[in-house]
Write a protein that binds this ligand. Sequence first.
Ligand code: 6PG
Length: 478
Amino acid sequence: MMTSAAANIGVVGLAVMGSNLARNLASREGNRVAVHNRTYARTENLLREHPEAGFIAAESIDDFAASLARPRTAIIMVQAGAGTDAVIDQLAERFEPGDIIVDGGNANFQDTIAREKRIAPTGIHFVGVGISGGEEGALRGPSIMPGGSEESYRTLGPILASIAAVASGEPCVTHVGTNGAGHFVKMIHNGIEYADMQLIGEAYDLLRTVGNMRPESVADVFAEWNEGPLESYLVEITADILRHVDPATGQPFVDVVLDQAGSKGTGVWTVQNALDLGVPVGGIAEAVFARAVSGKAEQRAAVRRLVASRPEVQKPAATFVDDVAAALYASKIIAYAQGFDAITAGARKYDWDVHKDQIAKIWRGGCIIRARFLDRITEAYTENPGITTLLEAPYFARAVADGEAAWRRVVATAALSGVPVPGFSSALSYYDSLAAERLPAALVQGQRDFFGAHTYRRVDRDGTFHTLWGGDRTEVES
Ligand code: 6PG
């Protein structure tokens, strides 16, 4: 059946994320949504379950293309990878110059850059869009991070704004930058998400182990924290999860779940790219590694068997719960500082005009890392877009300094008690590295020069030097 060109937007790929996004689009005034899925049965299901959406269903990709008004705009919501390329090619064959193909999946931004390059000669716009908020966000309002050309954003912007989450009256969407910028920033969002989750996990572990608290009491603590500066979606759902009782056993849910965390790759990409960009993102890396360690069941069992006794758990300080809150907040600030550093470096390398204040703004609603303190990040970058690190902004400098003593107490208590806190401790070491008067990097330079004549610079003179270590140890300028 040929359909008339009546839809202003189309969605290809109707698994949960795709259907929810299509329903969200359909629910906003001014949108008429065409839908297409490789297997038509899924499209029929969606139509049956949601007649209110008034979808234009297209069984074939030809019908789908024909149902879109010009400039044709289609959002691909298929699992990132080869499937995406297949759909892009199908659409590109049917679309015309000026039409817009959007990839709304969790694509690797390098793939997005390559795809845009490949499609550009056809005159069709290819736009990679990061979408955060999971299934619920897709349906009710996600945070949206579009890349692609300025021109495509003129058509796409209002459509995306119509479905985005709203924070303080503003839609959580901004044109991040050209080509892969949107997927890059979504990748960093996920890296921060990993760090945030790990830090919350460490706080929970400390409260249970050192604080000797039951999951429901830890839930109360998280619920209380959610009323203050730590207020965030992840803290909120943590309280919920900790209160949940497993119906099968009557045990706390958290105690019946296998303690091995999986991942789909975006955290790994963040760290890989940060390494390439030379940006220290230790907090994010530790979070990725912590999931990897959790999955090393055999190694964990082997070491558990060998270790004769575990350290005695320290008696918690009277201020322990507040101390953990302070450690969590300070470590979280570090994770965000590192994530924003990666954005700065990525924008420089790939020539994107990314406005970090706007990124913090669109993360205030809809996405997984939405949090009260993102307002502070927006303020920091609005006041001074040139700050070298978030830690330089007066609010964050003060917040870290205020929590510093507690943070150190918590890391020390964890180390003495044998509670692993890779996130808290790496964040603290990162802070101490930035704050230190002198770093042992001087010695490392000496070592490099000793075994490899890699040269060094001096504190008291310009130039590059080498010491004749194998000879009379005089210093030569090189
Ligand atoms: C979001 C989430 C979402 C998802 C990721 C991370 O922003 O909506 O980040 O993209 O949860 O796939 O999942 P993993 O933990 O499996 O890597």
